[in-house]
Design a protein around this ligand. Sequence first.
Ligand code: FO1
Length: 322
Amino acid sequence: MSEAGERLGRMHIVSLAGGIGGARFLRGLRATAPDAQITVIGNTGDDITLFGLRVCPDLDTVMYTLGGGIDEEQGWGRAKESHVVKEELAAYGVEPQWFGLGDRDFATHIVRSQMLEAGYPLSQITEALCTRWQPGVRLLPMTDDRCETHVVIDDERGRRAVHFQEWWVRMRASVPAESIALVGADTAKPAPGVLEAIEQADVVILPPSNPVVSIGTILQIPGIRAAIAAKTVVGVSPIIGGAPVRGMADACLTAIGVETSAQAVLDLYGSDLIDGWLVSPEDAGVALEGVRVIARPILMHDTVAAADIARTALDLAGELAG
Ligand code: FO1
């Protein structure tokens, strides 16, 4: 194995991850560092209880994407899905009907919910679910404690907080968010293994996930941001040329008064957290004291492209770690 390959072989990588963009990046990271030990800290702020079942969209998106079960077109949910249960629930007039849970996906939520009911923590449940999917990374929830992202809106029904999924899926973030809060963050603890994984990491990678409701929420769990700031951290901008590549990060950034740009997201993360920052060529002017910025194509058309971007991030981290 080459020297670099040898180094990668022993490498401990920690990556934070949200939904679709993060999961696709991780597929590339795993491809470019097949022998590295990769720990993924997954966002649980999107989690929601529906029909008595606990749904963990970002954990499932990482698990299905890396485990080969994802609906590639949608980026979430299972491939070859059917929706008979959803239709039957609708026939009973049961709400909500705006969240598309498929029959295969229901099995994941049933297993998770019965294990929660039996008293297992989410981290052990996620480990159990990953035994089937073999994602090739260690997937940890950011916390085992209940945290949910809620969004304050003011519409015809007045000013109120709605669950992030209702704002994101039912409203398509069309109603401006007055504020976004991670309910429960202040009393939440990092899940077992999270701080240890960060401590043992050679590098921490921030994929191009939503900086507010995915990466931002993970950083709000007490102890996680400080632990990561102590490491060599390289991030990939989720914004290219003033627009998010996918999803609605712009609506989230606007909600917290941050401009939708690669510069503004870097400023939001801060140089106390970030050591290296990958931006697209059209954002080559991005700069921040104490941060090495590299401009190169960062659009993940496929796993090969994602692997190439991930390799650039790892190589930059290697240089910065010195
Ligand atoms: N996103 C949608 O836009 N519409 C849906 O109906 C929907 C259902 C859904 C079910 C399970 C799941 O794991 C994810 C689902 N998502 C859906 C995506 C989800 O809202 C987002 O992936 C994250 O919460 C944000 O990254």
